[in-house]
Each structure stands twice: as C-alpha cells, then as structure tokens.
Design a protein around this ligand. Structure first.
Ligand code: PMP
Length: 285
C-alpha cells in the first residue's frame, strides 16, 4: 500500500507514492488535527467534486485551521492526481493536517498546515455481496453531541469510535455497525448515512449531530423528485422493527442495501433497488 509506484500530490507538488511520508512528530498524528474527504470519480470525473472541496475547507475551519489553498487550487490538484493515476473510476482521498513544527504540545499555531491528495482503485465498499443486504452490528459507542466536538466536520478525531465500532462488528461477522447518538436516537453507520422505508415513505435520521453526507443529500433529492415523501427526523430504536427496508448512503458505500441490524431484518425491496440503480446512473451521467 505505501511501497508502490504512482504519484501523490503533497503541498503543491507531485511526489512519488512511496516518498509521500510525514515526520513522526506530525501534530495530527498525536492530537487528531486532521480533516479529510472521500470522493469517487466515475468515467474520469469526480462526482460533486467542488462540494467535497468546499466541505474539506469547512471541516478545517470547524477544527480551527485554514487550508492554505483555494477551492480552485484544490480542484486543479485533484484533477492532476486523477490524470496521473490513469484511472477512470477511482476513489480520491484529500487530507489536510497540522504538520510537524516548533509546537509539539496541544497548541500548534506555529506548525504548517499541509494538504495531500491521492487516488486509487476502490470497488464496492461492502464487497461483492453489495446488493444482497449488508449485516450491521449495533455499536456501543454513541455519536457525540455538537457541544462535545464539532460533529459536522469530517475530522479524524470523530473516527476513533467508528474504527472501534467497525472492528467489533467485523469480529461478529457483520459488515458495519449502526451507531446511536448521544440521546439514543438512530444516527448513522461508521462511514455512511442511513435510510428506512415504511408504507412507501422514507425516513432518515435528522443530521443534527453527524455528517450530513453529500450522498445523503443527493438521495433525498432523488426521492423527492420521484414524489416520495422523505421524513428527516429523530428515529427511536423501537421504530426499527416497523421498517421494511433499509439502505446506507456514502461516497464509498454508494447506495448499499441493509438486510439486518442486530436482530431486526429488512428486505432488499423495490425502492432500495431502484434508488441504488438510479444513483449509479446519476454518478455516471
Ligand atoms: N457519515 C460518516 C461518518 C462518513 O464517514 C461518511 C462518508 N464520508 C458519510 C456519513 C457519508 O458522507 P458522503 O455521502 O458525503 O460520503
């Protein structure tokens, strides 16, 4: 993974893949002062590229640093990375962080802010069984309150409990974990948002303490265009039993049907399939 051919954009220039390293005293490595983006290119073009670049800048501001590149510069850098990769379909990862410098305590004002962008091949996030219906564990970790942490940032620090939740899920043979929020409402999976279907209407947790995914917003728009009612609201765990279908949305996950969450079962129904197919068409159009 690290020792391979290729190029990564780092702080304004393309460097050899295997030389794209940081120093061990990088502030972000110790204090999670890092934000990132996950993007997908289809047929040589990044889907909603500008929205991802804007979110990257916003995430950095939310955790108190400024990325020293404009949106246009970030867009140009991503295009350069994608072209250099030679890939038509690719996953693109941008990451910005507080680097190594004179400050090695909690404060880091004098250290440089850095930016890197890489692209690689990444197929279905939940593997080949994507349309069979993923099995989800229920995490013991809760999405934190916006008063505890900047919950809406795509920031490294918010993923510590996601990694722990996902590892626990995989150890039980599940693909991912559903996380409740700090109040006990259904929130999201460890790297994807959630949707439920009941009586022809769609329900999705209100994104008031977690990432309001770009895919989530896209899918809500698609549903509304079809005339389907979408309820963005707080969802109680007891309600899961009454939902007929469930799917996940995310750049990596795209639209992935869910077959099971804990002991609750869902069918991979017509609407789930339709939305998955329509999303695939949209990103390639
Ligand atoms: N929630 C979390 C925690 C995520 O990591 C992601 C993936 N970025 C999402 C939701 C979905 O966001 P998006 O649709 O913008 O990829």
């Amino acid at each position: 993974y690290d020792d391979r051919d290729g190029h990564i954009w780092m702080d304004g220039k393309m460097v050899e893949w295997r030389d794209a390293n940081v120093h061990i005293l990088t502030h972000a490595l110790h204090y999670a002062s890092s934000v990132f983006e996950g993007e997908r290119a289809y047929n040589g073009k990044i889907f909603k590229s500008r929205e991802h670049s804007e979110r990257l800048k916003r995430s950095a501001e939310m955790i108190d640093f400024e990325i020293p590149y404009t949106i246009d510069e970030i867009e140009a850098a991503k295009a350069e990375v994608l072209a250099a990769s030679g890939l038509q379909d690719a996953y693109v990862r941008a990451v910005a962080w507080r680097g190594a410098g004179p400050d090695m305590g909690v404060a880091s004002a004098r250290n440089p802010v850095r930016l890197a962008i890489a692209a690689w091949e990444w197929g279905a996030y939940y593997g080949d069984a994507k349309m069979q219906g993923a099995k989800l564990d229920i995490s013991k970790w809760k999405r934190p309150s916006p008063e505890t942490i900047p919950s809406h940032a795509k920031a490294a620090g918010l993923y510590m409990i996601c990694t722990m939740s996902k590892h626990a899920a995989e150890a039980k043979g599940c693909s991912d974990a559903m996380m409740y929020d700090y109040r006990g409402y259904v929130a999201e999976a460890t790297g994807a948002n959630m949707f439920f279907v009941k009586d022809g209407e769609v329900h999705t947790p209100l994104a008031d303490c977690f990432l309001n995914g770009i895919t989530r917003q896209t899918v809500i728009g698609m549903l509304k265009d079809k005339g389907i009612t979408v309820h963005e609201r707080h969802i109680m765990p007891e309600e899961l039993e009454g939902f007929e279908q469930c799917w996940l949305t995310g750049t990596a996950a795209e639209v992935t049907p869910v077959g099971q969450i804990g002991d609750w079962h869902f069918e991979v129904g017509a609407l789930t399939r339709e939305i998955a197919t329509d999303y695939e068409k949209l990103v390639r159009s």
